[in-house]
Design a protein around this ligand. Structure first.
Ligand code: AMP
Length: 500
């Protein structure tokens, strides 16, 4: 795989410059000093050479330095921290059945369940020839099985902050032997309101430890956190590996709001799109658009935080396998998704933060293949387009909406008709386009959460208590009552996915 140009999408750092990572002469895994067990696992993955973030991050991590990494998912950053951490754990790796011989030494915190699952899978893959144990914990699923695995002893734990606090609360995890902490996607942790949870977790970690922080962007609060957390860190910066600007074709369709849906269907059909990730801003819009696409004869599913973990995993799997060609997603749900060779990303709505556009397009043009980022931009969104163009430092090419769409028989409806709303509960998959009552007054969409499902719209309640572990030595964490649950994964407060 040719190494892409290294550049940064991170706004200039105003804090004092940090020492740069040492340049590595030869971009090969053996040259990075990795042990044979890891080289074998990496070779099995078909990685012929390390990516820029791996070249820059692996040596200082092996030297027990703190690292601040400016890199997003897709750059190969997981192997960038997982490989050296596995190597640092390797001398004590053992096959003993005793939990005491498998103390928790690496804690990796991620903002989303999907990312947590992906990271743990990578750790498992890269560490397959070492007798080390890892597991993943996140909210929205039964805590019991997670407790059992933790009690048996694991050296590496990948967790979302809210669920980790639950485990601390229930004394099912012991953090007193943690030597390495990884904060993955710190900026998204901030967006999702996880910083207070992270501070609670930091308070119970041993002070002596190596810290690694990765973030795609560095807003002030992430910089402050990095300053608090990291000691004389090495900074490493790379552009998204698979989305260098010349591999992504950007295309903007200026289109009236009411023509968006027809244009979307037209684009999917006329270009024979077999795999397209469609972004909207709000959960409700993801539900609605996926439903409308199905009505239009386009197989589609939605992925956002009101869907159960199982539903989200299923939707993602169906999409990855090509069973469902269109996945409608919100920004938070799509964050960190690693979808190989995704050819198209469509912004049905532009994000209100220009950085999110970069994250969205980072989903396409992966694995060195070209990708297209298409944006349907209504007049009210032009200001967001300007922000994006300012961030990318260039104008995005505009395309004309085909004339024929003016006579479209499938006008997009910004609001659901009463008829459709009523049908929502009792008739999950309507076969016909319901009549549109243009002046129907908007009503709130009924909640689709079953009484037994994990309800993200409710204040946070810790998971049901379970018998305390004899192994645990961690003091109970004081939890606020009625803390709102994180919009997406693992339970966290404050900023939630918009749900209008
Ligand atoms: P990540 O940024 O860690 O989510 O990695 C994104 C993708 O890159 C994953 O599918 C990895 O399997 C893949 N990957 C990681 N390192 C390499 C490498 N050195 N060569 C090729 N692919 C890689």
């Amino acid at each position: 795989m040719p190494l892409p140009a290294v550049e940064t999408l991170i706004p200039a750092d105003t804090s004092p410059p940090l020492q740069d990572a040492p340049a590595t002469a030869k971009p090969s895994f053996p040259a990075l000093g990795l042990i044979p067990e890891l080289l074998r696992a990496v070779a099995e993955q078909g990685y012929s050479e390390p990516t820029p973030i791996q070249i820059k991050a692996i040596p200082p991590i092996l030297q027990r330095r703190d690292v601040m990494g400016a890199a997003q998912t897709g750059t190969g950053k997981t192997a960038g921290f997982a490989l050296p951490l596995l190597q640092l754990l390797a001398p004590q790796a053992n096959t003993s059945l005793s939990p005491a011989r498998h103390p928790l030494r690496v804690l990796i915190l991620t903002p989303t369940r999907e990312l947590a699952a992906q990271v743990e899978e990578s750790v498992r893959t890269y560490g397959k020839y070492l007798p080390l144990r890892s597991t993943v914990v996140f909210g929205g699923v039964d805590i019991g099985p997670q407790m059992k695995v933790l009690h048996a002893g694991v050296e590496i734990l990948v967790a979302t902050p809210g669920r980790l606090l639950d485990h601390l609360h229930q004394k099912s995890v012991n953090l007193s032997r943690v030597e390495f902490l990884v904060l993955d996607e710190a900026d998204r942790m901030l967006d999702m309101g996880f910083i207070p949870d992270i501070k609670r977790i930091l308070a119970v970690l041993p002070k002596q430890r190596q810290n690694l922080l990765f973030s795609a962007t560095f807003p002030d609060e992430v910089r402050r956190l990095a300053k608090e957390l990291l000691h004389a860190p090495v900074t490493v910066e790379v552009a998204p590996r698979n989305a260098p600007p010349d591999l992504v074709t950007h295309q903007v369709y200026p289109v009236p709001l009411l023509r968006k849906r027809a244009l979307l269907v037209h684009l999917i059909r006329s270009r024979d799109m077999r795999q397209v990730l469609v972004f909207v801003r709000m959960k409700r819009d993801a539900n609605r658009l996926a439903r409308q696409l199905v009505q239009d004869g386009v197989t589609a599913k939605e992925i956002h935080s009101d869907r159960t973990q199982v539903e989200r995993m299923q939707a993602l799997e169906d999409f990855k396998q090509g069973k469902v060609p269109v996945l409608v997603a919100t920004d938070i749900a799509a964050r960190g998704l690693d979808i190989e060779e995704l050819p198209y990303v469509i912004n049905y709505e532009l994000p209100h933060t220009a950085e999110d556009y970069v994250h969205r397009i980072g989903r396409t043009a992966r694995a060195g293949l070209p990708g297209e980022a298409i944006s349907l931009v209504s007049p009210d969104e032009m200001k967001y387009l300007e922000d994006i163009e300012r961030l990318l430092k260039r104008k995005l090419p505009q395309a004309a909406v085909p004339e024929s769409l003016a006579q479209s028989r499938h006008p997009s409806r910004p609001q659901e008709s009463r008829h459709e709303r009523g049908a929502g509960r009792h008739r999950p998959k309507p076969h016909h386009e319901p009549k549109v009552h243009a002046h129907a007054k908007a009503q709130p969409v009924p909640s689709r959460i079953s009484p037994h499902a994990f309800d993200y719209s409710k204040p946070y309640e810790p998971a049901a208590p379970a018998p305390a572990s004899k192994l645990s030595t961690v003091a109970p964490v004081q939890r606020r009552h009625h803390r709102p649950t994180a919009a997406l994964l693992g339970g966290g407060p404050a900023k939630r996915e918009p749900h209008k």
